[in-house]
Structure formats: structure tokens, C-alpha cells
Design a protein. Structure first.
Length: 678
């Protein structure tokens, strides 16, 4: 009797270890059969259990006995979401980076912290110290606001020093800068003037130059890139329409393929676009439109899909010149129209091979660009406002005391400093990934959303602290223009509500998960071997993360052992492993419970996205400290990480509240043993 109890206890412990480390099924099976044999179970029981385990361990049997009926049922009830071609391109755009580690439930810190942390080259630093500094001297933000124009001398200097050619390779006359340098320039310009930052940023973001570098024909590159680099051509990119903002698939701009009088293949274009930066002064317009070929002249069918083309703005039928007024921020943001504009087929980016590839081009380019421009402008603005507000709170006195010494002011000042530290850490870390060739669509969506939201808080804190000095407009008001500009960055490149509720977790759950995408594709193509591998791999993944969640919760992460388990940041690494396991396990539960309906549960997906985002931002802070090792930064590091885990705690509580009554006990456990506490 004593032997049997000891054996069962030993087996239970062994199973817990197997579950925690994710041991293969064959080990579970051997131990299970051995236990039955040693406890003298009836032979019938051993044979039945052995047959069942054999069925699960032999893929050739498992596929047809278990996986095939299961796949048929999932197809019949439409358990997993069907993915259209447009959605598939969007999901597959870019690459997976360290976000995959966070979604695994067992992050590999050696891999995460081994990623490049970008530094500027001597040439790039010289550009920051020289031309960037000089351009800032040429622009006075108040005068730009008052006159509604960036001075001509600044425009001339921008062209002379190739500010519009930062992403254009040197062989085409550009500067060929790294993502880090591009980001640093935009951050510096934005700290001087929002209008200047946007003007420099846009030609180096998603637009003609970016698309030509990656997809243009040799002839297109040779013609346009040298002209764009020196500002001889001013670019704009026309995507947004009155009826299509974030939903680019709904655009009405159209082109029709036909043969002209000379028998040459041409396209007749019509469009009505709005909110297009630089359109009124552009000389070449990148246009996204839906292309039709009614006579199948190109031999690719009649409905060719979204296509991108370059249209000179002096062509007959192109209408430019008017401007919007984006919250009084003085940059060119404009509507444009095209009426029966005739262009040769060679105007399509990539030539005939680029026909119908516009959506892919946009998604792949946006996957990288979204992580550079807006995060840089927000970080530059945050540094500027933190400096201005902290200085103001020192010299401004109430009751004979500097207002910065009041606890009511200390709190928002600390928040401003902490957010700025997080943003700079994540900016450098993200640019490091981009510089290695990664195009992490989920990470850049995280950056776009959280940088702009943190900057919103920083601007509001600055307004609160500076009071009347931030209200009355004039050359000494250093805050108001940033306040006006903030909603613009929140709206563009995927509105923040959409980004949080649909993109971050929606794309992450499919793209970063080790098995989800394979399962969806396997069901779509009815590929039984692939479905069998991915489905049972997924089951093992859930089991492992379930065990990790339980034991890391009970030990507050102390069972997570790695080289990072020692040192001043050890508690944060332990808690991050705990958070990753908890996130991965309950994300899988939500996917299993809700299936294809999960993407419509935006209150739930938004909170999963919050956890995912703050894990990434915490990793960025840890990476910054790991690289810089500045002891004087420790107060910023601790504040940033404690805030990150507090946000994870808040999001987890929202998740369990939204997942229904059955998850109330988990919510009570989380509140009794919070991941957000130290």
C-alpha cells in the first residue's frame, strides 16, 4: 500500500514536470503504461490504455481515426475563421520577430536580448549634428503656425541636403540611412516643429520612394529615385478616400485597361482622395486603385485587384492644389481628384508584374514603416515636452515654492519621464529589429498604438502642469502646437481603436502563434497531414502552458529559471515568464471557446492586445538597461517596468471579466496574487 502511494506521488510529480517542460507524448505514454504495470492493473486495462496511447502516438493511425473526422466537423461548423485573399495578404505581410517568443508562453531571453540595439554610424550622427541642427534653426514653430507656411529657405535646405532621400539607396543619389537614423532625424525635426517633422517624415515613409526601392522596375528606379532624393520631384501617396479609411479594400478609385489608338496598353484612371500629405505641391502621385481589365488584354483575368501606380501631377485630368486644415497644424494635407487620367501600363509600380500586387506592397511596406515614423515623432515630442515641463515646474512658484515640489505635480512629471524612457527604449529596440531586415507587423502596430497613446497622456500632463502658459497662443507657448498635432498621429496609419482591437491581437494570435496559421491553412486546403501535425502540436502547446501558468502563479514566477534569474532585474524576468505563460494559455482557451467569432469580440481582443503590448514594451526597457547599464537610470527602469506589469494586471482582470462566469475564480486568484504587485 505504501509502495503504491509513493509510486503514484512520484508519477504525479513526474507528470507535473513533463507538463511544465512540454515533454513529448511518448514519455507520458511510457510512464503511464509503466505505472499501470507496477500497480498491477488488470491486463485488460493495460491493453486498452496501450491501444489508445498507440493510436495517439502513431500519426498514420491518428490522422484517419481522430484528425480526419475532427477536421470534417470543424469545416462543417465553420469553427475557424475563413480568410479571404485580402486578409491572407494582410496577415502574411511582414515577418514574425521577438513577438513570437512572447506568444510562446516560454520566452527565450537569450534570443530576445540578443537582438540588435541600433546605434548611429559616424555619417548618420554627423547628419544629425550638422544638417538637422541647421534645418531646425531655419524653422520657428510659432512663425510656421502664424504664416501657415514652412519658410522657403527651409524647403530649399531640405532639398539640398536630401532630407527626402533618407531611405533611398546611395547608388540612386539618396542618403541610404538605416531605420535608426531615419527615426532619429524625424524625432529631432518633430521636437522643433510638428509641421516640419511631418513634412520630412512622409516622403521617407510609405510612399513612392519606399515602393520603388522594393518593387519598382529598373527603369522606374533609374528615373524617379534620383529625382526624389534631391527634391526635384515631390512625392505623395493617395490611398484614403471619403468612403475608405482603415478599410483600404473598400476604395472606389479605379482604373480600366484598354488599348489606345497606337495599340499601346494604357489605363484610364479615376479617383477622389482626401487627407493626402503633400498632394497640393506634389509632382508625382503614388495612387492606389482597383484595376479592371474587361477585355482581358493582360491575360490575367478581368478583376485584377488593388494596384499601385505613379502618376505625374501635370498630366491632364489630375486635380491638385487645395488643402485641408488639420487642426491648424501647418503641413500640406490635401484632397486630390483624377478624371479620366490616361497612363501607360508602365506607370504601374513594378510594371506588368506589379498589376494586382498593390495590397501586398502596401501591407508589407506598412509592416515596417509603421514602426519608424510615428513612434519617432512621438518620442521626439515626448523628450521635448518632458524637458520643457520639468524646467517650467522648477522656475514656476506657488506660495513661494517651486510647483515641481508639490506631490500633485510630481506624479504627472514622473509619468512623463517614465513614458519617455519607455518610448525611447522601444524606439531603439524596434529600429534594431528593422535594421536586420525584419518587418514585424505586430510589433510595429504595438509601437504605433502605444507611442501615440503615451504621447497623448504626456501632452495632456504638460497642459495640466503649465496651465495658462499652455493656453494662450504665442511665441512663448511651447505646448499648444503639440496638443493640436497629437490627434493627427493617433488617427493615421490605422486609427488607434482599430489597431488595438483588431490588429495587435487579431494578427498576433494568427501570425505569432506557433500553430494557428497552419491549422487555418490546413483546414482551408483540407491538408490532413498538416492539420494533424498542427492540431496535436497545438494541444501539446496548451497543456504545457497550462502547467506553466499554474506553477508560475503558485510560485510567482520563481520556477522560471534562466541566466536572467540573477541580477537586479531578476524579479522582472520571472514575472515576464509568468505573464507570457498566463497570456498564452488563456489566449488559446479564448480561441478554442470562441473559434472564428473571437475576432468580433473586440472588448476581449483589445485586452489581450494590451497584455501582449506591455510585455513587448517591458522587454524593450529590459533590453535598454541590459545594453546601457546606467545605474542612474534605475529609477526610470523600475518605474517603467512596474507600470508595465500594472497594465498587464489591469488587462488580465478585464479579460477574465469578459470571458464569463466560469473564469470568475481565476479573476479572484489574480486579484489575490496579482502579477502587477512587487
Amino acid at each position: 500500500m505504501l509502495f503504491g502511494c509513493s509510486l503514484l506521488c512520484s508519477v504525479a510529480v513526474l507528470f507535473c514536470v513533463f507538463g511544465f517542460v512540454g515533454a513529448p507524448l511518448i514519455l507520458w505514454s511510457i510512464v503511464s503504461l509503466g505505472t499501470l504495470y507496477l500497480t498491477q492493473a488488470p491486463l485488460t486495462t493495460i491493453y486498452v490504455v496501450g491501444a489508445i496511447l498507440l493510436l495517439f502516438n502513431l500519426p498514420i493511425l491518428r490522422r484517419y481515426v481522430i484528425s480526419l473526422p475532427l477536421m470534417k466537423i470543424m469545416i462543417m461548423i465553420k469553427f475557424l475563421p475563413t480568410i479571404s485573399k485580402t486578409e491572407q495578404i494582410a496577415i502574411e505581410a511582414g515577418t514574425v520577430w521577438v513577438d513570437k517568443e512572447l506568444f510562446s508562453g516560454k520566452p527565450n531571453y537569450d534570443r530576445i536580448l540578443g537582438e540588435t540595439y541600433s546605434q548611429l554610424t559616424q555619417e548618420e550622427q554627423a547628419f544629425i549634428d550638422g544638417p538637422c541642427e541647421e534645418l531646425c534653426k531655419l524653422v520657428n514653430d510659432w512663425e510656421v503656425y502664424r504664416t501657415r507656411e514652412i519658410p522657403q529657405k527651409a524647403w530649399d535646405y531640405i532639398k539640398k541636403e536630401k532630407f527626402f532621400g533618407m531611405i533611398i539607396p546611395k547608388e540612386y543619389g539618396g542618403l541610404g540611412f538605416s531605420p535608426m537614423a531615419n527615426s532619429a532625424v524625424v524625432a529631432k525635426m518633430s521636437s522643433r516643429s510638428s509641421a516640419l517633422g511631418i513634412t520630412v517624415m512622409v516622403p521617407n515613409s510609405l510612399g513612392p520612394a519606399e515602393l520603388l526601392v522594393h518593387y519598382g522596375t529598373k527603369e522606374q528606379k533609374d528615373h524617379y529615385l534620383p529625382r526624389l532624393a534631391i527634391g526635384k520631384d515631390i512625392p505623395c501617396f493617395a490611398l484614403t478616400e471619403p468612403g475608405a479609411g482603415s478599410d483600404a479594400g473598400a476604395i472606389l478609385a479605379n482604373g480600366v485597361v484598354f488599348k489606345d489608338e497606337k495599340g499601346e496598353i494604357s489605363i484610364k484612371l479615376n479617383w477622389k482622395k482626401r487627407y493626402i500629405t503633400l498632394a497640393a505641391i506634389s509632382t508625382v502621385l503614388g495612387l492606389a486603385f482597383k484595376l479592371r481589365d474587361p477585355e482581358n488584354i493582360l491575360g490575367k483575368g478581368t478583376d485584377l485587384g488593388i494596384t499601385c501606380a505613379l502618376v505625374p501631377t501635370d498630366v491632364k485630368g489630375v486635380v491638385i492644389g487645395r488643402r485641408h486644415d488639420p487642426l491648424t497644424v501647418t503641413f500640406y494635407n490635401c484632397p486630390t481628384e483624377g478624371h479620366d487620367v490616361i497612363m501607360p501600363i508602365s506607370s504601374v509600380i513594378g510594371g506588368k508584374d506589379g498589376v494586382g500586387r498593390g495590397w501586398q506592397m502596401l501591407m508589407e511596406s506598412l509592416a515596417a514603416g509603421r514602426g519608424i515614423s510615428l513612434p519617432a515623432s512621438c518620442t521626439g515630442g515626448a523628450k521635448y515636452l518632458a524637458r520643457v515641463t520639468s524646467a517650467y515646474s522648477t522656475v514656476r512658484k506657488q506660495f513661494g515654492i517651486s510647483i515641481g515640489k508639490f506631490e500633485g505635480i510630481e506624479e504627472p512629471l514622473a509619468r512623463m519621464a517614465g513614458f519617455t524612457y519607455i518610448m525611447e527604449a522601444a524606439r531603439c529596440y524596434t529600429c534594431g529589429g528593422l535594421s536586420t531586415g525584419a518587418k514585424p507587423a505586430v510589433v510595429t502596430a504595438i509601437a504605433k498604438y502605444h507611442f501615440t497613446e503615451m504621447f497623448r497622456t504626456i501632452v495632456n500632463d504638460a497642459m495640466d502642469i503649465m496651465g495658462g502658459a499652455a493656453i494662450s497662443l504665442g511665441p512663448k507657448n511651447l505646448v499648444a502646437n503639440a496638443y493640436f498635432a497629437n490627434p493627427i498621429c493617433i488617427t493615421v496609419e490605422g486609427a488607434n481603436i482599430l489597431t488595438r482591437t483588431l490588429l495587435i491581437f487579431g494578427q498576433g494570435a494568427i501570425r505569432c502563434h506557433p500553430y494557428s496559421l497552419d491549422e487555418i491553412y490546413a483546414i482551408g486546403s483540407e491538408d490532413l497531414p498538416k492539420f494533424d501535425r498542427s492540431f496535436f502540436g497545438h494541444i501539446g502547446h496548451v497543456v504545457r502552458n497550462g502547467f506553466r501558468f499554474v506553477f508560475l502563479t503558485l510560485t510567482r514566477g520563481h520556477l522560471s529559471v534562466s541566466k536572467r534569474s540573477f541580477g537586479p532585474m531578476r524579479s522582472y524576468y520571472r514575472k515576464l515568464s509568468w505573464a507570457s505563460a498566463q497570456f498564452a494559455f488563456f489566449a488559446d482557451l479564448a480561441m478554442m471557446m470562441l473559434g472564428g467569432t473571437l475576432k468580433r469580440k473586440e472588448k476581449l481582443t483589445g485586452r489581450f492586445g494590451d497584455v501582449f503590448s506591455w510585455m513587448y514594451l517591458a522587454i524593450a526597457v529590459l533590453k535598454r538597461y541590459d545594453v546601457e547599464k546606467r545605474k542612474e537610470d534605475l529609477p526610470f527602469v523600475h518605474w517603467s517596468l512596474q507600470y508595465s506589469f500594472a497594465q498587464m494586471q489591469k488587462a488580465f482582470e478585464g479579460i477574465f471579466s469578459n470571458m464569463g462566469f466560469l473564469f470568475k475564480p481565476v479573476l479572484w486568484l489574480l486579484r489575490a496574487n496579482p502579477i502587477g504587485s512587487m
